[in-house]
Ligand binder design. Sequence first.
Ligand SMILES: [Fe+2]
Ligand SMILES: [Fe+2]
Length: 178
Amino acid sequence: MASNTAQSSRTQSSQRGTATRRNRSAAQDALSLLRADHNTVLELFDKFESSRRKDQKQKIADQICMELTIHSTIEEEIFYPEIRQASDNEDADDALNEADVEHDGAKKLIAEIEASDAENEMFDAQIKVLSEYIKHHVKEEYRSIFPLARKADIDLDEMGERLQARKQELMQEQQQRH
Ligand SMILES: [Fe+2]
Ligand SMILES: [Fe+2]
């Protein structure tokens, strides 16, 4: 009996611990939030590659396009301009200009995929090229943009909250559209 009580209080306290951790991760700083987005999309690309059924591929591709569209929107509206403003130097401008150009390129690929479908014999190739493009872009963000964000006088926790709020709004818009 005594050991049961001890057991249940241990369970409760470990549940509390989990809840606390969950709350903390719900309020992610800007860089963890963006990194988590990247990981979600990279996993979806893996999932696409290992799936065989066309309906499954279609669903994953739709999700990839949605995730990427929302992610690039919050970067373009909040993350990039605020880093540009806080860094205010030519190297930062160069890195951010490159990122903007890469976003434009990704948007064209996404538009082609959205106009295509899993029945199209080019569909796998389109997703493959998008995945390579995104992998390169993510690597560049870690190499040249995340360090700028860390160096700049930016409250990354507060920015994380705004990114999260905007992301939620965009997700709702997307869901209403479909
Ligand atoms: Fe980006
Ligand atoms: Fe990104």
